[in-house]
Design a protein around this ligand. Structure first.
Ligand SMILES: [Zn+2]
Ligand SMILES: [Zn+2]
Length: 476
């Protein structure tokens, strides 16, 4: 805790949404005093704009974004039609796609929105400039929205709520005026950062220079292809960077697996990783957002992670955050168990001693006169539909009718397979009084049930000795 009193300033209207005359404590996080029921309360009380309808739809659009997002591909496509692509320009455009894309993924996203590592000043300036070339708003604006996305994922306080459809989370949320403000998210750490402030202040000239001027100048000076540079490395490259990033909000919340948690929409998929410079392991990312990695396996495609790691090797980055592997694997195990449980629930299981009638030895003998009943490990089994199927021959079963075949079954005559034991358990019809099987006796638990998945509130219920008794005669 700092003993220095926090600095009090006037609200500039940038840091806070509130009244301009209200004094503001700059060091106080904006979400410090929100109510405990903030999400429900805000969704209930804060008025949202009505859904967009066909009447006056043009009034509901953010025309600046519409212009940027439609003119870039349009001018790029027309330009490409009339401009020959030189191989030098082609390679430069691809390289510049990665530079500006990494400005977003390694800079805006993993460094500033999530603080997943520390970057030196030179690296911060490089990332801030490169990110400006991707034309996605300033670091401060972008990170504020992204922090809200993580905090309120899949709710209406998430600016790119994936539940509103693929098109909305990809681009709709930018071209339509937002229906409500994103949920509160603190960015006071960023407003104190001189590089973030510099980028925010000079965003427009920096953005124009990095997005269009620089990619025109470099091919012009190096191999005399200003027009190709403008069209391919400027416009078309920008269009690719846009949709590459947008895929993190759309595709990464729609396509793929949920190996760490399936509570929300984020998903892992190699295709998303390929088109987003490694941001496609989004299920992992939403679980462990402060981890500098998206992909945790060496063979998974996450060039952003490799670049951050390389920056560390040359002293430009430090304190790369990694979530404890033990906790990461717990998440994976939980999901694996969940899937196994679903498989388990689709199968039919034998009755246990809680569900079966308790039968005396005399009743067992009497009933065994009428149908083929065999005792194994305390359970009475009706083998009438199996006698002829028995691989060892019907005679060995018939010999055991009305008898205890436990020893013979478990190796005395033949050491039966797991499958045989599982099948036998399906033929249970009763429990012998006084010969109660219990869970600790391996012979009374078929192999398929020894590692059965039980919920925490079910543990102890299976195979308990609390079998009910209705007296006699339920074996009919
Ligand atoms: Zn997400
Ligand atoms: Zn994120």
């Amino acid at each position: 805790m700092s003993s220095v009193p926090p600095k009090v300033t006037r609200d500039s209207g940038m840091l806070f949404m509130g009244s301009k005359s209200r004094p503001v404590v700059e060091d106080t996080p904006i979400d410090l005093n929100i109510p405990d029921n903030y999400v429900a309360h805000t969704l209930k009380t804060q008025k949202a704009l009505p859904p967009v309808t066909w009447d006056h739809w043009w009034r509901e659009l953010n025309w600046l974004n519409v212009a940027i997002l439609s003119l870039t591909p349009l001018l790029g496509a027309v330009g490409a039609f009339y401009t020959k692509l030189r191989w030098e320009t082609c390679l430069f455009a691809i390289a510049y796609y990665y530079v500006t894309g990494l400005g977003i993924t390694a800079g805006y996203h993993r460094l500033w929105a999530h603080r997943s590592y520390n970057a030196s000043k030179p690296l911060q300036y490089i990332l801030a400039a490169a990110g400006a070339g991707a034309v996605q708003g300033s670091i401060k604006w972008w990170s504020r929205g992204h922090r809200a996305h993580h905090r309120y994922t899949d709710t209406d306080l998430d600016p790119y709520n994936a539940h509103k459809g693929l098109l909305w989370s990809h681009i709709g949320w930018m071209i339509v005026k937002p229906r409500r403000k994103p949920g509160v998210a603190d960015v006071s750490d960023l407003t104190k950062n001189p590089v973030v402030r510099w980028q925010h202040r000079y965003y427009i000239p920096l953005m124009l220079f990095m997005a269009l001027v620089l990619p025109t100048i470099v091919p012009w000076l190096c191999w005399g292809d200003a027009r190709g540079g403008y069209v391919y490395a400027g416009l078309l490259r920008l269009c690719f960077v846009h949709h590459s990033t947008f895929c993190v909000n759309s595709l990464a919340h729609w396509l793929g697996e949920t190996p760490f948690d399936d509570k929300h929409t984020p998903r892992d998929h190699v295709l998303t990783a390929l088109v987003t410079i490694g941001e496609g392991y989004h299920n992992f990312h939403h679980q462990f957002p402060m981890d500098y990695r998206n992909a945790i396996r060496w063979y998974q495609y996450d060039p952003t992670k490799w670049v951050i790691w390389a920056c560390q090797q040359i002293g430009l980055a430090s304190h790369l955050k990694v979530f404890p592997d033990n906790e990461v694997r717990k998440g994976q195990l939980t999901m694996q168990l969940k899937r196994l449980r679903q498989t388990q629930e689709k199968l039919a299981w034998p009755s246990d001693s809680n569900d079966l009638p308790i039968v005396s030895w005399d009743t067992f003998q009497e009933q065994a006169q009428k149908r083929p009943l065999i005792l194994v490990a305390g359970f009475i089994h009706d083998v009438s539909d199996f006698t002829e199927e028995h691989p060892g021959g019907a005679h060995l079963l018939i010999k055991m009718i009305g008898k205890d075949a436990t020893t013979a079954f478990f190796g005395g005559v033949y050491d039966h397979s797991n499958a045989a034991h599982n099948l036998l358990a399906m033929k249970r019809v009763g429990v012998l009084d006084g010969g109660h099987p219990h869970g600790t006796d391996e012979k009374s638990v078929p192999p398929s049930q020894r590692l059965k998945i039980a919920r925490y509130n079910e543990i102890g219920s299976a195979y308990s000795s609390a079998a009910y008794s209705d007296g006699e005669g339920l074996l009919n």
